[in-house]
Design a protein around this ligand. Sequence first.
Ligand SMILES: Cc1ncc(COP(=O)(O)O)c(C=O)c1O
Length: 396
Amino acid sequence: MKKACVYKSLLNYRKKGMSSFHTPGHKNNFLKLKKLINLDYTELKDTDNLYEPLGPIKYTEEKASKIFRSGHSLISATGCTLCVQAMIKLFCKNGGKVVCNRMMHKSAVNIMQLLNITPICLKLKVDKTTNFYLPPDCNEIEHILKKNKDVSAVYITSPDYYGTIADIGNISKICKIYNVPLLVDNAHGSHLAFFKPNLHPLTLGADAVADSLHKTLPVLTGGAILHLKDKRLLEKAKRCMEFFGSSSPSFLIMASIDICLDWLINHGESEFLKLRKKTNEINILAKSRGIVVPLHTRDDTRLCFNVKSIGLTGEDCANHFRKYKVEPEFFSEDFVVLIPSPFNTKKDFSRLKEGIKTLCKKNSVSNTASTRNYAEKLSNDLVINYPPGVPRILDI
Ligand SMILES: Cc1ncc(COP(=O)(O)O)c(C=O)c1O
């Protein structure tokens, strides 16, 4: 690779003219963001203070709260990581227990380690026909809560990286029976509030939700929100955010959240409806070419392809897409994940379609049997790697 430091490398990358199917959701296409660059101010009397907001930040948080129908919404300029940390500190006792699905972000694992919290993990199950992970099992959550009367919270990551959505409505009912708060890491699902019906976890009954706005919405990288159902927790939540947050939050990021909120009011529902139509077309095309896509309840804007069924690795597929100037979000041994947003252009989608069509023409060795075998292998051999020193994980 030719040596270039950060600024130059970004300029070089931009020149390639790739279609972005990864975060951030603005795709460098949200025109108003260009005007932001000369507004990099700090916390001043006129600009407000993130952790003691009295003016502009307070109004923006109130606007977010109205849009997302929360008791209060707290802005983060250092990602959803900060929201996850604050949410767990706010609701969970130091040294306590939390019920969670095994696929959680390292921000949650690290904070549990720091607060000496023991995660009680749900079993990770795989759909045997597609190899994608299944959503958490409500009966299992209830069984754990019945057996463990000292649980501080249920902490669910939904949607997962592959767009699979948990049954938050039912999990919330179970949590209410056992009087345990339901916390949701909705890093990948901020936009679900603009689906019809609204699929945002807060609307479906969660007590607190962490949204990584920049992943799927037109917000600068680092923009996120912690939503609380109960406004009375606001002061304590601000202290938890301050505890982990930077003392120099970026006003560019916060302003991009503000601009995004206005866009959501006027265009959120209609733009996500259009996007869903486009991604459904892509999924139909992919399936017609023998690519396996997830089947269960999911965010249909998240494109996930299991390409083992056509004899490819995720890396082969990602490299092939790049030839068509399509940059995916992620690949693994068998999967490729793409994150489209309403800011992807017609040209972006045409390139992706061409990439899919040519991918299958060159490699038409459809093989669902091997997919199924792989699913069985995965569910038998599953090993989840947590960072060293992570607290004891209680399996039931
Ligand atoms: C499930 C999940 N939670 C939280 C985070 C952290 O979000 P951020 O990058 O905004 O700090 C991520 C980031 O990838 C994630 O995938």
